[in-house]
Design a protein around this ligand. Sequence first.
Ligand code: MN
Length: 311
Amino acid sequence: MPKLHRIIATVAEYEAVLKRPDVTADYKKQLAQALVDKRLEVALRQVMKPLPSGHRQPVARPEAAPTIVFFHVDVGTSHPFLRTRAEEKIDYAGALRASIAAAAKSNPESKIVVLTDATTAIPETVATIERLDVDRTRPTHGRLKGACELAKRVETPLVFLDTDVWLNQDARALVREDFDIGLTHRAPSHFTLMPINAGVMVATSPKAAEGFFGRCLALYAHISNLPAALQHYSQDQLNWYSDQLALAAFVDWTVPPECKQTRVIDGLAVRFLPNETYNYTVADTDTPASVAGKWALHFKGLRKQLMPKFA
Ligand SMILES: [Mn+2]
């Protein structure tokens, strides 16, 4: 059975494929979930006007090594998104420590910053800790807000990473390339609703970062109050996913191969970076040799337990 998600364009087409007798039960299940996402995407697209493309606004491009930024707040193991017992056993502070060590090793000239709230305990590392007024029940809102605030205070390019992402290459080469914002997009057959993963985001200048995250915060506020989103998600889910919905709205749910590798959105040249290289989800079967060419490794969910194998 071919992977149809991405070539199915409309809700009616999904419904038609679901009725086909040759579609396996397993694939039907996948399609049914994709259809639920598609319905929300359609609803969101109706109310979210695409951002203007227009001309790229030239901004000063600093030469300095990028500042590498992690965001971490303690949401507690009772959080619905850490619901499985196995996930409760994950050592999040340990993962953060390992991710900082990886970034420090590959980017020795970069300053590393951990953004957090007033009270979260952050392990002692080479990173500078910046405490902000953010709401830990809305971690992904805090991340956008923190990114926006930090961008106003630095004079370097910025690389924003999840606490379970290992940056394995010198980031200076990428931030010298000709774009403003770099976003990592998923393989075409998955997650049409959230085509951008927030685990790796790049800004080649602080000015671009400020504009971009400011816009994402506005989109976040808008989306998290939309009836279509509130019907589809629980409040906890929205608190967790609204940033990726905001990123999706920012790019108008359109990523390569449906658009060029770099596209001007809201005056910013946005480079789409394939997850496969720039935000690679580590697999059980991977080895240090098999991931040697990856720009960054993402140890999503329980994959954090694989970290020691790659240290
Ligand atoms: Mn992650």
